[in-house]
Design a protein around this ligand. Structure first.
Ligand code: ADP
Length: 247
């Protein structure tokens, strides 16, 4: 069992995950425990199962077999596989945040409304949601841009809006799929710094698919996928002492 330095059990504990699409085996018996407060990069060639694994861990698309437990501080463990669709959607909205390459932002809405939306679908009244969104955007250096529509922001600014949206709900785990893939390298590293600060810097976990070794190297831990199986699992030397032994 992978505990973090405070002895918390893995925030995500996936066992024996299998997923097939017709004759293609996308996940072939994955065991993966992710510590609370850890940043994890998932790497591997195209078609190795990275997105399928990310979607399974995030409860977006369930695997055919296996179990995924979510352990949140002060809350009873939840078996994500065992939840009905509606409960799984609620859990995802409350406990997970998402930063994908395209940002998944709604272009017709302003930056502030995009962030506020994440709170409003969790039942937060509009005025309170807008106020929280404004603070979250200001923290990420976007003060003065609240009223801009997404298309009026640069790629890096759009990703900051996505990060604000992912963290404003208090999500314990943020999932990122090539979050810097569409950005030039300088902007990409700025966005990555922001993403790490808002996740591991705040005691949350970050699970990120990336093909970029320089991006992966900024994470505490890197796992390699090949043909739906984990073929590598390494802790960053600088983080090994902090996070304790693996498994
Ligand atoms: P990666 O993210 O590493 O590129 P994926 O998880 O997207 O890999 O895909 C793993 C394998 O599963 C690939 O062979 C892919 O073609 C297949 N696959 C993924 N999603 C689907 C789907 N919805 N329908 C059919 N095959 C799929």
């Amino acid at each position: 069992m992978l505990e973090n330095s405070l002895g918390h059990p893995p925030v995500l504990d996936a066992r024996r995950l299998y997923r097939s699409f017709g004759s293609t085996t996308a996940l072939n018996g994955i065991d993966l425990q992710i510590a609370l407060g850890q940043s994890l990069a998932i790497m591997g060639p195209s078609g190795s199962g990275k997105s399928t694994l990310l979607h399974a861990l995030a409860g977006i698309e369930l695997p055919d077999a296996g179990s995924i437990m979510l352990n949140r501080p002060g809350r009873a463990p939840v078996d994500i596989q065992g939840l009905k669709d509606k409960a799984r959607t609620k859990l995802r909205r409350e406990s997970f945040g998402f930063v994908f390459q395209s940002g998944l932002l709604i272009p017709e809405l302003t930056a502030e409304e995009n962030v506020a939306m994440a709170l409003m679908i969790n039942g937060v009244p509009r005025n309170a949601a807008i106020a929280s969104a404004g603070s979250a955007l200001a923290e990420l250096g976007l003060a003065g841009m609240e009223q801009r529509r997404i298309g009026q922001l640069s790629g890096g600014q759009q990703q900051r809006v996505a990060i604000a949206r992912a963290q404003v709900t208090g999500a314990m785990v943020v999932f990122a799929d090539e979050p810097t893939g569409a950005l030039d390298s300088t902007t990409g590293f700025e966005v990555l710094d922001t993403l790490l600060r808002c996740t591991v810097g705040a005691g949350k976990s970050l699970v990120m698919v990336t093909h970029d070794p320089n991006v992966a190297a900024r994470c505490d831990r890197i796992v390699q996928l090949q043909d739906g199986q984990l073929t590598g699992d390494s802790l960053h030397p600088a983080h090994a002492a902090k996070d304790g032994a693996q498994q």
